[in-house]
Design a protein around this ligand. Sequence first.
Ligand code: KPL
Length: 312
Amino acid sequence: MGKLHIVGGGAIGSLIAASSQKNGVPYDCYPRDMKTMPSCAHWQNGQTTALKPAKPSPIVLPKSDVLIIPLKVYQLKAALLQWLPYLTQQPTVVLLHNGMGGLEIARDLLGGDYPLLLATTSHGALKVSTSSGFHVKYTGVGATQIGAPNVNKPSPQSLAALSQIAPQLASAIATLDKALPPVQYQNNILKALWTKLSVNAVINPLTALHNIQNKHIAKPEFEQSRISICNEFTQVADAYGLDFDALSVHENVLSVAKATGENYSSMHQDVAHGRQTEIDAINGYIVDMATKKGIPVPENTLLVERVKALKL
Ligand code: KPL
């Protein structure tokens, strides 16, 4: 099994590190800021795991290793540029972020044939500051969807089929599944990412703009906005050959809002902490993709403007 290298010390990155530690998967973590790297993870059953010390700088990785980048899209270019000189042996790179646009950045910097996986996760984690430094709390059991965008079109139907044509990628998926299960192979990872995009496009800006928990976006006062976002999303996705049905998109958004009802979305938290939001990679991405095809998306355009106008 290859070693897992985790870029960044955010909530999801440190959750992957802690879970690797617990499950005996060799790993190293490379936070941007050593001072805020969590030293301990708290699981839902009350148990804790101490994390091993993080690494201050990149090293050249062998091909069999896996570099996972659980960063925001706007941080990805700088991280890849920093790692580029250390990727000469082409270890598998895994992108894991909310929103879209990471694939384009990675293809630009790594080249179209680079061994790359895209992932989206529904695991919940929160980084907290304690008297003994930063800790990470596992807040919601989820799953990770993963797939290979650079392999053949259409991608292999199953993990077994992927391992025939791209054993390096299949082995990276197995490593990740051992580190933080379950990791589910998706032959159409772009559809899975667009599905997550639709959820984030509704929940994230509405919760951030109205200062509410996820469950409140189901209220009738937001119905008009929810439906417009879902309709626009479906038209844009359709223009790129992704088949969605607006009613099902809306139903799925409501079911995620219910399942994560007590949470404050990541965009709400970014605004509350005065951090840059992911609006450009979420509703901004829908607007950009719509503009390229001449599709009007007034609701998404307005949300981008309103979130950007929030005082950070
Ligand atoms: O992904 C999320 C986020 O907050 O970014 C959801 C699914 C909305 C859960 O909070």
